[in-house]
Design a protein around this ligand. Structure first.
Ligand SMILES: [Zn+2]
Ligand SMILES: [Zn+2]
Length: 309
């Protein structure tokens, strides 16, 4: 499974309806958090997010993306956590996050490691990569992409039986692309019963940014693009001045990148209660768009809709 949960969708400050930025990716039992605005730990409780997470990734260090860290780590300490925690962010992470750690934690029961990432980089994982790309917001701001590795092609069990291949380890070897020799001496080529390898899923999160080519490139063909859309069209000048995007700007990036689906978040307080205006504006450019709200959970399906495998 691959789910995205929006814990906070408001820009700059919380409102009655929306908390400040944080999103969580849940994938095969792993929980990855991106940004951690003030009050994020309470949003985790409200929306059923595990406190057993080991990694938090920051896009930049404006207060509405980091102030929740101190309280969250303090709670984890009070719970008696012993597992280490890793915090990732762009240049400046050691200084800013280091201060946030010292603030609230007199005596920590667990180790916290801070990792500074390149603006264009890759953290390889077992079956996916986490890539970073520069965004157009602050000098060091970055976005993140979770890019799953290709999956094995589809194995045809009926064909395997027709070919007289006994069920068992030979099936596994063929599925992994190995040619095998049967007891009667026949060689079986995997192409006879295994389809072509299938793409994994890609989710891209921008954090705060103006529309920019680096995001278009990183999100090219993505299954889901999570783009900020702080302002409506009437404030497009302000968006540019403050390093943010309009809903239309986000939609144009989605269109240029050819993503399957766009979710916009980080909304200015004036759209907190009613974001239809932003939705209508963005939809005039890109149809497959959703405006995030706190607590929204989205499952990211495989492009070939084949479900698991
Ligand atoms: Zn922000
Ligand atoms: Zn910012």
């Amino acid at each position: 499974m691959l789910d995205v949960v929006f814990l906070g969708t408001s820009a700059a400050r919380p409102t009655v309806e929306r908390n400040v930025s944080s999103i969580v990716l849940e994938r095969d039992g792993e929980t990855l958090m991106f940004d951690c605005g003030e009050g994020t730990q309470r949003q985790m409780m409200r929306y059923g997010i595990s406190f057993a997470l080991d990694e938090i990734f920051f896009t930049h260090f404006h207060a509405d993306h980091v102030l929740g860290l101190t309280g969250l780590l303090r709670t984890l300490g009070l719970q008696g956590r012993t597992d280490p925690m890793r915090l990732y962010g762009p240049a400046g992470a050691r200084r800013v996050l280091g201060e946030a750690l010292r603030l609230g934690v007199e005596r920590s029961s667990f180790d916290v490691e801070i990792v500074e990432l390149d603006r264009t980089g890759c953290l390889p994982r077992r079956d996916y990569d986490l890539v970073t790309f520069p965004t157009d917001h602050t000098r060091h701001s970055i976005g993140y992409g979770l890019v799953e590795h290709e999956r094995l092609g589809r194995f045809d069990p009926d064909r395997a039986r027709q070919l007289g291949i006994p069920e068992g380890p030979l099936w596994g070897r063929l599925h992994r692309g190995e040619a095998v020799r049967l007891d009667d001496g026949r060689m079986v080529d995997p192409a006879e019963l295994v389809g072509p390898s299938r793409p994994g899923r890609t989710v891209v999160y921008t954090g705060d940014t103006r529309p920019c080519q680096a995001v278009v490139d990183a999100a090219s063909g993505a299954d889901l693009l999570i783009h900020e859309a702080t302002f409506g069209q009437e404030e497009s000048d302000r968006a540019g001045e403050t390093g943010h995007s309009t809903a239309i700007g986000a939609a144009q990036v989605a269109l240029a990148a050819g993503v399957r689906r766009l979710v916009v978040t980080h909304l200015s307080a004036r759209y907190s209660r009613d974001a239809r205006e932003l939705l209508d504006q963005a939809r005039s450019v890109f149809k497959e768009i959703v405006v995030a709200r706190d607590g929204l959970r989205m499952t990211v399906p495989y492009a070939d809709a084949s479900g698991q495998g």
